[in-house]
Design a protein around this ligand. Structure first.
Ligand SMILES: NC(=O)c1ccc[n+]([C@@H]2O[C@H](COP(=O)([O-])OP(=O)(O)OC[C@H]3O[C@@H](n4cnc5c(N)ncnc54)[C@H](OP(=O)(O)O)[C@@H]3O)[C@@H](O)[C@H]2O)c1
Length: 243
């Protein structure tokens, strides 16, 4: 069977809802044991996990310096690392605070490196691994009020390109998947404003916003053996928004 992930263990950060939940659900459906990560509460994380057979909840805050150790205590070694959690603040360039700057860089970029440092050595020793970062269309089209968020995603992509080359000889692929506008709890408030929604949709050639499931299949391909020759790539899932 194509895309079979039986026997693989995957950690999907930020998978209590939205895109991360969709990825976790899909990988589990194709046979992986999946670790579901959130920050708000154990209850929320456990509730998400309860909806996905063969999954385990793990609460950890990726803005903390010990996040990789905290996650590892529950997960142990894994085969697939999906770096999906992120923090995003809206603020014009001259209003951005130190706290907002540090938090976005810590969760969206620094934690990605820390988790790779923790989990890649085992992948290297077994000569098989998959690492996928979640980027954003803002790598190519930064929103004027999300300057640091956009820059953190661009930095993460640069790291992916560096590591893809270094890890390829070890059977590990490293890729970035960059969504455009996807219907998730993060966007509910903004998109429920009809005038704002109309303006957003005008910028999407496909004419509609995506759903979490529009992303999940791309992750499944990259994680499977069928995706073994794809590395160092940046794949937009955005209905053409980057164009
Ligand atoms: N939605 C879009 O339109 C869009 C567009 C481009 C890129 N993206 C990217 O896609 C990814 C997922 O977005 P989404 O819209 O699905 O997000 P979302 O609905 O806001 O969900 C965020 C997830 O991340 C977790 N999280 C937040 N801060 C965390 C932290 N410090 N440590 C650990 N987990 C944390 C949340 O956990 P709790 O539930 O426990 O709070 C939740 O599971 C993000 O990287 C985002 O930047 C999204």
């Amino acid at each position: 069977m194509m895309f079979d992930l039986t026997g693989k263990k995957a950690l999907v950060t930020g998978s209590t809802q939205g895109i991360g939940f969709g990825i976790a659900e899909c990988l589990a459906k194709y046979g992986a044991k999946v670790f579901i990560n959130g920050i708000s509460s154990f209850e929320k994380t456990a509730n998400a996990s309860a909806k996905i057979p063969n999954s385990v909840p793990v609460v950890a805050d990726l803005s903390k310096t010990d996040c990789a150790d905290e996650l590892f205590k529950v997960t142990g070694d894994i085969d697939i690392l999906i770096l999906n959690a992120s923090v995003q603040y809206r603020n014009p360039w001259d209003k951005i605070t130190d706290e907002e700057f540090d938090k976005q860089i810590a969760v969206n970029f620094k934690a990605s490196l820390k988790l790779i440092q923790k989990y890649a050595p085992h992948m290297m020793s077994q000569r098989w691994g998959r690492i996928i970062t979640v980027g954003s269309v803002q790598q190519a089209k930064p929103h004027k009020d999300m300057l640091v968020y956009a820059a953190s995603k661009a930095a993460q992509l640069n790291m992916v390109e560096s590591l893809a080359k270094q890890f390829a000889p070890f059977g590990i692929t490293v890729n970035n998947v960059a969504p455009g506008v996807i219907n998730t709890p993060r966007n509910f408030d903004a998109l429920s404003d009809e005038a704002y929604r109309k303006k957003v949709l005008e910028g999407i050639p496909a004419g509609f916003e995506g759903e979490a499931n529009d992303c999940a299949g791309q992750f499944l391909l990259l994680c499977s053996n069928e995706g073994r020759y794809i590395t160092g790539e940046n794949i937009f899932i955005d209905g053409g928004m980057k164009l």
